[in-house]
Ligand binder design. Structure first.
Ligand SMILES: CC(C)(COP(=O)(O)OP(=O)(O)OC[C@H]1O[C@@H](n2cnc3c(N)ncnc32)[C@H](O)[C@@H]1OP(=O)(O)O)[C@@H](O)C(=O)NCCC(=O)NCCS
Length: 160
């Protein structure tokens, strides 16, 4: 059995098109729609990495850096950044593409934590991650820092 898997084995790239019913009063993408796509794509990556059931434990702050309009293609690229004992951090990059020009603009980056669960709904050990490329190494190191920071914050909140 594998001891660890490379992020490319579970990475996903997909795209949606923004429809008229998915915009806010200003005519730009409703944030909840984009968040739902982010959560869905990240969950699929987590499932593919651990080959089992996962739940979203947390979603880091999401900022929307550029408006997305009806008809824009919304491209989501997601991969595992880091693996703990039972949890995984998945990074999702969102870009918009104008289908007429092909121009792409980054709109959002999000980091989500998923926990692998067993048949009783208890956290279950996740297979390790083996980053290989410099980019995978960079994502792994940065995610490890975020995981440590999240744990320290949770600890402090519990103490108060
Ligand atoms: C996620 C959940 C299973 C964690 O359960 P728990 O009893 O806190 O489990 P543990 O304390 O053993 O933590 C398990 C792992 O999750 C991580 N974790 C727990 N809460 C977390 C949070 N809020 N953010 C990030 N990671 C978290 C822990 O750091 C640990 O990681 P590690 O094993 O890699 O070190 C539980 O809180 C839960 O079921 N939440 C509801 C999930 C859900 O319904 N999601 C759908 C979204 S609506």
């Amino acid at each position: 059995m594998d001891e660890s898997r490379n992020p490319r084995h579970s990475a996903i790239e997909t795209r949606y098109i923004l429809a008229p019913h998915q915009v806010n009063a200003l005519g730009t993408a409703f944030g909840g729609v984009i968040m739902s796509w982010i959560d869905t794509v990240a969950a699929m990556v987590a499932q593919r990495h651990c080959k089992g059931v996962v739940v979203t434990a947390s979603i880091d702050k999401i900022s929307f850096e550029a408006p997305i309009y009806v008809g824009d293609h919304v491209i989501l690229k997601a991969s595992v950044n880091y693996v703990g004992l039972t949890s995984m951090e998945i990074g999702v990059q969102v870009s918009k593409e104008n289908p007429k020009t092909g121009k792409q603009v980054r709109t959002t980056t999000a980091y989500l934590t998923f926990v692998h669960l067993d048949e009783k709904g208890q956290p279950k050990k996740v297979i390790g991650l083996s980053p290989e490329t410099p980019e995978e190494e960079r994502r792994y190191k940065n995610a490890k820092l975020r995981v440590q920071a999240r744990k320290e914050l949770l600890k402090k909140i519990k103490e108060t």
